[in-house]
Design a protein around this ligand. Structure first.
Ligand code: GDP
Length: 297
């Protein structure tokens, strides 16, 4: 991921650093190349525009151009803007500050990696924070989705709600809440149904489940490989439910990086985790500054 973006930006910045003095036009030329690199990486157009405008304004400031190392300073400005675009210096933590069971609702399209991420997050909360976790699949659309979560739960040593065939998502949510209370569970993870595309039924179902379970966190799971589509999906979901964060999956793949760079601006919510593989421990807390470092090489 980010390989070609990283190469392109590296080329632009090598040129900038190589010069002793910089004129305003040099900065503008460099920014034109950065703009193309970001667009080629599938970053959403409004995000690119804002990024370039902000960086250009700061970089053509007199203090920068008159400094001893103007190229370095411009690169620093780009680095800071990248961190901001990715979510800022501080890493967004999960908010579990509520009376247990604290509910985390996972939403997203089918195939985004929602079920896998639910199990991974359950494992992380159990192993790293010592939480007692219960997983429940509300996905009655995809055949075997509930069984899939059960198998993954067993694999990571986290309990799952027993499956009762024929129940509707809201019934399952109600039952999950009861079970979580009875079992004195700290965190209840609800894996909601996904569809192949965003539709009203999916949104209504999600809202009904949210009304029953009052989730503390509603995490949108998006596939980073889906590029611009990821942005559209994020826009649709954030218009309908109160998202608290994003999990970006398949960050181990060869995505061009656009989804990661667009997500914060599009949803207004932080990327909290990155899926980095199929294995159950392949979930990482998302650190904007580390990702920015990777992009700038
Ligand atoms: P769902 O339909 O959204 O619940 O999707 P699944 O959780 O079933 O995931 C679909 C496929 O993507 C599975 O084969 C997962 O192993 C795979 N997958 C999920 N997250 C990641 C990830 O971060 N990296 C990779 N390489 N594969 C992933």
């Amino acid at each position: 991921m980010f390989d070609s973006l990283s190469d392109r930006l590296g080329g632009v910045f090598d040129k900038l650093r190589g010069r002793g003095a910089l004129k305003e036009q040099d900065v503008r030329d460099a920014m034109r190349e950065v703009r193309i690199a970001l667009l080629e990486a599938d970053v959403a157009l409004p995000v690119v525009r804002r990024f370039i405008d902000q960086v250009t304004e700061k970089a053509i400031g007199h203090d920068v151009l008159r400094s001893v190392t103007p190229g370095q300073q411009v690169v620093k400005i780009v680095n800071d803007a990248l961190i901001e675009t990715l979510g800022g210096e501080t890493t967004a933590e999960l908010d579990l500050n509520a009376a247990p069971p604290v509910v985390i609702m996972m939403v997203g399209l089918q195939g985004s990696g929602k079920t896998t991420s639910t199990a991974k997050l359950g494992k992380m909360l159990k192993d790293k924070q010592g939480k007692k976790v219960l997983l429940a699949s509300l996905d009655v659309n995809r055949p075997a989705a509930q069984e899939q979560l059960k198998v993954l739960g067993e694999q990571v040593g986290v309990g799952t709600l027993p499956i009762i065939p024929g129940q509707q998502p809201t019934e399952i949510a109600t039952r999950a809440m009861q079970a979580a209370k009875l079992q004195a569970v700290d965190v209840l993870l609800l894996d909601t149904a996904g569809r192949l595309h965003v539709d009203q039924q999916l949104m209504d179902e999600m809202k009904a489940v949210a009304a029953i379970s009052t989730p503390r966190e509603t995490l949108l799971v998006v596939d980073s490989l889906s590029g611009q589509d990821a942005v559209n999906v994020a826009q649709s979901f954030s218009g309908q439910v109160d998202l608290s964060g994003v999990i970006l999956t398949r960050m181990d793949g060869d995505a061009r990086g656009g989804a990661a760079l667009s997500m914060r601006a599009v949803t207004g919510k932080p990327i909290k985790f990155a899926g980095t593989g199929e294995k159950m421990d392949a979930l990482e807390v998302f650190h904007p500054s580390r990702v920015a470092n990777r992009i700038l090489g």
